[in-house]
Design a protein around this ligand. Structure first.
Ligand SMILES: [Zn+2]
Length: 95
């Protein structure tokens, strides 16, 4: 009861925030527009690395044409992006 070990913080969901964010944006046009218009606001408070954030700033509408181009643009593997798309949080929560 005395302290939270540092491993608590690392014990997050295996699917990355970036994959979930993009997974939702693929399915929700409204949030995709929001992401493309203001990526910095959308990524605020998420577990996204500086490099990933940098990639998000350069995403365009064409990157969302299919999951392959989106995964490549975001620096994710296709598998990681698919996990994001299938994640319940991606289905239920707007950005
Ligand atoms: Zn949405």
């Amino acid at each position: 009861m005395t302290s939270y070990s540092t491993s608590t913080a690392a014990n997050y969901d295996r699917t990355g925030d970036l994959a979930i964010l993009l997974g939702h944006a693929m399915q929700c046009e409204e949030c995709r527009d929001r992401l493309l218009a203001a990526p910095e606001r959308v990524t605020l408070g998420r577990k996204i690395s500086a490099e990933q954030r940098e990639r998000l700033l350069h995403l365009s509408n064409e990157d969302f044409e299919n999951s392959q181009s989106l995964a490549a643009a975001a620096g994710l593997s296709l598998q990681e992006l698919r996990e994001g798309v299938d994640h319940p949080r991606a289905r239920l929560r707007h950005l």
